[in-house]
Design a protein around this ligand. Structure first.
Ligand code: URA
Ligand code: SF4
Length: 218
């Protein structure tokens, strides 16, 4: 199967999935969308009201703000891939539970493996914790680190930043650095992949420990 076929297969499984309780209350699951060989992947938390209605990621107010941020970063929505750590809406937009994160993790892993992005931008605490456990977003937002040959950049969640002026300034500034991270990743990902032959797997995202192959650059 090529990249597109794998992503289509994952999307079909997500749409029919009943692996966690979020399947009961969802209207539409939201597998994610974008270019199958995107250099940059954005990973949010989970679908909200509008995403659940439409089956597409980041289409509500947070999505409008993300579009603005992407523009600021010099990126086009169709050229990146956008998804979430959980593919179905947590009722009332509550935080996803550990068992929901672990039930859904396999879909995200397969998407990352198929797309093979050189930069992953995490939006909010839950996707950050998958790659950078035991850090605080207020300490590391806008910073990057190599994890298994990809440059992971932690950002505040656009929905949180939309309503808090201090976070909004920070996220605008942080998105302004994406192009330089992309340049850095293009220049170094081959060597970083060669020194990090560990496959991208973590079924316990919040507890995953830093492996010795992870390097902090900032
Ligand atoms: N918030 C998220 O984390 N993901 C979406 O898709 C929409 C809002
Ligand atoms: Fe399946 Fe993920 Fe939806 Fe749970 S959130 S039902 S694991 S697709």
């Amino acid at each position: 199967m090529d990249q597109k076929e794998i992503l289509g297969q994952v999307a079909a499984e997500v749409m029919a999935c009943t692996q966690c309780q979020l399947s009961v209350s969802r209207k539409n699951s939201v597998p994610g969308e974008g270019q199958s060989n995107a250099e940059v992947m954005f990973i949010g938390e989970g679908p909200g009201f509008y995403e659940n209605e439409q089956g597409r990621p980041f289409v509500g107010p947070a999505g409008k703000f993300l579009d603005e941020l992407l523009q600021r970063a010099g990126l086009h929505r169709e050229k990146v891939f956008i998804t979430n750590v959980v593919k179905c809406r947590p009722p009332g937009n509550r935080d996803p539970l550990p068992e929901e994160l672990s039930a859904c993790n396999n879909y995200l892993e397969r998407q990352i493996e198929a797309i093979n992005p050189i930069v992953i931008v995490t939006l909010g605490r839950y996707s950050m914790a998958k790659f950078m456990p035991n850090v605080r977003i207020s300490d590391v937002h806008g910073q990057s680190r190599w994890v298994n040959g990809r440059l992971i950049v932690a950002m505040f969640h656009p929905a949180a930043a939309l309503h808090q002026p201090s976070l909004k300034n920070a996220i605008l500034e942080d998105f302004g650095r994406i192009q330089s991270y992309l340049t850095m990743a293009r220049a170094n990902c081959d060597i970083m992949q060669a020194v990090s032959p560990v496959p991208e797997t973590s079924t316990e995202p919040a507890k995953k420990d830093e492996s010795p192959t992870q390097l902090s650059l900032f």
